[in-house]
Design a protein around this ligand. Structure first.
Ligand SMILES: C[S@@+](CC[C@H](N)C(=O)[O-])C[C@H]1O[C@@H](n2cnc3c(N)ncnc32)[C@H](O)[C@@H]1O
Length: 303
């Protein structure tokens, strides 16, 4: 049941308890919308949104790719937070970037993601069905790309320094790295090297306003390329989230959902948080084509 109640705020443990009871599958993380058109439409919309902002990521000649694209020298790194079973990593990010760090707190979800990445990395022609592998995480079998699996919450996570200490006292646990290894002796060799893209989808509602602003600020610090003037680099944060309507008086609105202990924010509420975090909104877009009856889903690109 969704209620508007300014006194209720997300509780980390309640949110994690809810997700632990959901099936560890795409259908589970998408609340029963995993078998229809939603995952494909969502992933295509996300890829196009990112390519418009970051045309250098385009691997084929197209209208999106600049004629004189700056060559990308370093491997492009993305962060996928509240990643569930790795849907965004496998269907969006690995199609465009070289290496992904995936953060997810719920054990069955991160284990499902890890098993799928391992199966995809081990895939060969004998595991193909109709010329395709049933599970495909681009670049892992070829060892040209990598995914690093980290377990923990957004509240405890600092993208600039994902693992604060190497012992078990760290609140973020390194689980594994699948695919390419720049240094086979040390799978975490590039862990502190920042990100070109920070992708946050359908998970920031689990943060209260203070934690949301703090997480966005930490993410900004971890961006690799801010540009010479601090504004024009191509690194960016993408927030793709549900939005409820603004208040009738035109002000911002936040709706608390008791079921999963999360907030749904209105467009103005999201923008207030971005402003508070000192971020600049460079592009916003509604995800078209989703089934009727859902909240309006918006993509925001922030620098
Ligand atoms: C609706 S699912 C979205 C999963 C994924 N982003 C996607 O689009 O497929 C919400 C995810 O947020 C995660 N989550 C819940 N509380 C969290 C927290 N405090 N920190 C990080 N992730 C959290 C859940 O475990 C779940 O995987």
């Amino acid at each position: 049941m969704a209620t508007t109640n300014n006194l209720q705020v997300p509780v980390v443990e309640d949110g994690i308890r809810y997700w632990n009871e959901q099936p560890a599958s795409v259908d589970g993380v998408l609340g029963g919308y995993g078998t229809g058109s939603l995952p494909r439409i969502d992933a295509l919309g996300s890829r196009l949104f990112l390519l418009h902002l970051y045309p250098e990521l385009c691997t084929v000649s197209s209208a999106l790719k600049p004629l004189e694209a700056h060559p990308v020298s370093n491997p492009i790194r993305a962060l996928d937070v509240g990643a569930g079973v790795g849907r965004v990593t496998s269907d969006v990010l690995l199609h465009l970037v070289d290496t992904v760090c995936l953060l997810e707190p719920v054990t069955p979800f991160i284990q499902e993601a890890l098993q799928n990445a391992r199966k995809s990395a081990a895939a060969n022609s004998s595991t193909q069905i109709n010329g395709r592998h049933p599970i495909h995480w681009p670049g892992l079998a070829e060892q040209t790309k990598s995914v690093t699996f980290l377990q923990g919450t957004l509240q405890a996570f600092d993208p600039a320094h994902p693992i604060v200490s190497n012992d078990s006292s760290s609140s973020i646990a390194f689980i594994d790295r699948i695919g390419s290894h720049p240094d086979p002796e040390d799978p975490m060799t590039d862990i502190d090297s920042g990100f070109d893209v920070v992708w946050c989808q359908w998970c920031l509602g689990h943060l209260n306003d203070i934690d949301l602003v703090a997480f966005l600020q930490r993410s900004y610090v971890a961006l690799r390329n801010h540009g010479a003037d601090g504004h024009n680099g191509n690194s960016l944060i993408v927030v793709k989230e549900n939005t409820c309507s603004d208040a009738e008086d035109g002000g911002l609105r936040t709706v608390f959902d008791e079921q999963d202990s999360s907030f749904t924010r209105s467009d103005m509420a999201w923008k207030a948080a971005f402003r508070e975090a000192g971020l600049r909104l460079v592009k916003e877009q509604v995800q078209e084509g989703l089934p009727d009856g859902l909240y309006v889903v918006k993509m925001y690109a922030l620098k």
